[in-house]
Design a protein around this ligand. Structure first.
Ligand SMILES: [Zn+2]
Length: 155
């Protein structure tokens, strides 16, 4: 697998945490088996709070940005088709304001749709996708969103 380290791993502080196991400095294929991709901050992180304050068109544009970013970066990383996966999405915000991880679901869902677009899984239903499992990571400036995809055995 060819892999452009700079393209996928450079985050504001130069390291990436694997959201699946929290290894710092994870390469694309983490020791835990996860494919790890730093998405950076492609747009506003869409939370359920943000959704209440913006119109439909703005929301659709933000969703498309995250979805396309996940699609393009998964393709560029040449992640193969996998029968079933566990998806982790970690949001590293710029400050320590209280947040709950579930609130980032609109962003995480857009990213999962991008994973489907990239052909890694055929559908994000429960036969193919466990998650997105969402977490809030350490503070980063600018903010960062990191994705981990782990091959899974699903019943
Ligand atoms: Zn890991």
């Amino acid at each position: 697998m060819t892999y452009n380290h700079a393209q996928h791993l450079t985050t504001p502080n130069g390291t990436v945490r694997c959201p699946a196991c929290t290894t710092v400095g994870a390469t694309l294929r983490c020791d835990c088996g996860a494919y790890v991709i730093a998405l950076g901050r492609k747009d506003k992180v869409l939370t359920q709070n943000v959704e209440r304050k913006i119109n439909h068109y703005t929301r659709a544009a933000i969703v498309k940005t995250w979805r396309d970013a996940a699609h393009v970066l998964c393709k560029a990383a040449k992640i193969p088709a996998i029968p079933a996966i566990i998806v982790y999405v970690e949001y590293c915000p710029t400050n320590s304001i209280r947040r709950d991880a579930g609130n980032i679901y609109p962003t995480a869902k857009a990213i999962v749709d991008g994973i489907v677009d990239a052909g890694i899984i055929p559908d994000d239903d429960w036969h193919h996708c466990d998650g997105p499992r969402m977490s809030i990571g350490p503070i980063m400036r600018p903010a960062n969103v990191t994705l981990a995809i782990i091959p899974a055995v699903m019943a």
